[in-house]
Design a binder for this molecule. Sequence first.
Ligand code: SAM
Length: 632
Amino acid sequence: MPFAERKGCEKSDSKFCGVETDFSDDFRSLLSFNCDTDHGRFDFVLVPLMNPSYRPSLVEGINSETQVLPFAGSDLVLAPLEWRCRVTGKISSWIDLDAKDETLRLDSETTLKQEIAWAKHLSLRSCLLPTPKTTSCANYARCVNQILKGYTEMELWLRIPLMDSDSEDPKDSWELWNSFRLLCDHDSSLSVALDVQNMLPSENALGRWFGESVKAAIISTQCFLPTTQWYPYLLKNHQKLITRFFHHDVQVIVSGKPVFNLQKDSVNVTEGMQAYLDYLSNLFCKMEPFSAQELKEVIHRDRLHTPLQPLKENLEAHSYEMIERDSVKYTQYQRAIAKALEERVPNEKASELTTVLMVVGAGRGALVRASLQAAKDTGRKLKVYAVEKNPYAVVTLHYMVKKRGWEGIVTIISCDMRFWSAPEKADILVSELLGSFGDNELSPECLDGAQRFLKLDGISIPSSYTSFIQPITTSKLYNTVKSINSLSHFSTAYSVKLHSVARLAPSQPLFTFKHPEFSRKPNNKRYKNLRFNLPSDTGSALVHGFAGYFETVLYGDVHLSIEPTTATPNMFGWYPIFFPLMKPVEVHPKSPIEAHFWRCSDSTKVWYEWSLSLPTLSPIHNPNGSSYSMGL
Ligand SMILES: C[S@@+](CC[C@H](N)C(=O)[O-])C[C@H]1O[C@@H](n2cnc3c(N)ncnc32)[C@H](O)[C@@H]1O
């Protein structure tokens, strides 16, 4: 029974828990014993499909018609759905396709192909491939790659130890995974099953895996300690790790013999294993339930969206609806406007002076409302111009002004702010033309046009904004872009609610724009190169691209941010932006990443170009905005 359906664990998404078992030729009993009876209630078994003593070279006449391969029972012992949902096939762990011994190598290849063919016959959803014996695993990868290219319905999980603790000279096991998946050209049906042992790598080394395609975590019973009642429990770091796996839809599989809970008289092995499952269920139940907002957003995780272009295209009603739902944004704007009003008009002049405030890009009027509320709260007199170029949003603006009786205070201007001849100058210019990357909805170009009608000592809200970038591992997004099968999609930026990512180094500021900028001729072209160093205990990692964020100073100390370390709490209106790399780049400890970003423009459009110069050179992405640009 999935965790989510267990009593007390009623959460939105179900997580499954499996158990690793030995080979048995009585498959029916094995499954019932581990999944269906009071002895065990696991969701699925990870089990060898073939008798482990089998070696093709030792069997005479294997190809003759009378020879039966030593698989566990016939396909009839389980119903098709049981095979599919309750069994993950474990490919024989003795196989070594890169062995020097030719007989072993050929036996391994034959067995791998036979077992996969059987798993395919049974329509299994997934099979576990044994850990490569060494990093030199080209022949193993070649055979797996042939399988992947021939049959895409089944997932193959490569078993990788989270930490190589056996050898005297421990290697970074991530390298093993990386060699294998590079040889298989990032095939999306190839994933990782991580073996979790007692020793855990550093937090940064662990973090890398959350950007990789990890489908299962196999946790050894040796990781558990006994409570005073001899029930198994995990230490804090293991608890944290397993909870993180739950958050990332990783299936947990318990492996090994039960070590605790053995003092009961009638205890048998599976009752002991049930105690581990109970512990994991409790851990699952202890997770914070999703908030209403998180629940709504789950389906957007790792989904690539085309960033909005509110200047070139008129936003539709549902886009305004989404934008206006984020009440935190408007509260912050209201606070910033209140501050600006108080600074502009001293208390003693509050009843005499009228502040001229222009909301440029007024949309359906939410910032007009926030401005009037700020005026009411501070006791300041206000005259408002609402400038909007989308004629359909203007319809709603008129409706709102009429309904609220604001005709004497609010003037609606249906016009592009860059071309409007204002009848007077403004004290305060309020706008929200910000994209996930700050300037990517062309706020700089629009506000350069609008500052003509701002008084020389006038205030712009926002007063500045800065974009940030950060190198990330995200095999999921990389594979999504790759599946579109066109190089131009690697030269495009996407807005995306990042979930399956590893943030490899702290983000750094990229481009800043300040408003107003009366002192010089506006130049909104930018170029910057940034160096990122991975923390020394991360190990190596693969960079699939850059996550982009923005931070803005609305006024004084009132900020908005989507940069993860300074993010405005409970604000959900913007997802980060993602700049992919055509070819993911391997980064090693102590070798920095050097990224170059350009903001370019011509008379009709603005676009970004990006490239790497370290650790290797990459092509310059999106030259001349050929794949992705923002229309002026
Ligand atoms: C992101 S929406 C924000 C709407 C509203 N201010 C809010 O916060 O709810 C940006 C709005 O600015 C408008 N806009 C963009 N560029 C403009 C321009 N150059 N002149 C006038 N309006 C513009 C768009 O049509 C859109 O309604």
